[in-house]
Write a protein that binds this ligand. Sequence first.
Ligand code: SF4
Ligand code: SF4
Length: 98
Amino acid sequence: MPPIIDKNLCAHCGTCYEVCPQDVFSFDTKEPPRVAYPEECWYCGACVLDCPEEAVSLKLPLPLHIVPSPALYGNPEKEGDEEGFKKAAAFTRSIIED
Ligand code: SF4
Ligand code: SF4
């Protein structure tokens, strides 16, 4: 499932649009971002983690529940485990691209 934006919570800041490495969103400052390219999402979780309003939710496909994705388990970088975060992200990408 691609990310879902709660329009009632969104403050139109554009952060999710800026941080998405896959350009999943389109954004006009007057409205909540639109999920323009849902098939491009690789479930990195950046939009969920960086949204200041907690307006973005992301439902991972079942196979990804075995992966330590930051979208499920929070951002290890905040706890000083940058290396763990990079490994988890790389592993997630390797599965999706197969
Ligand atoms: S980061 Fe959150 S508040 Fe900002 S535009 Fe995206 S959904 Fe809205
Ligand atoms: S989970 Fe990652 S790739 Fe998917 S929309 Fe959010 S920031 Fe973009």
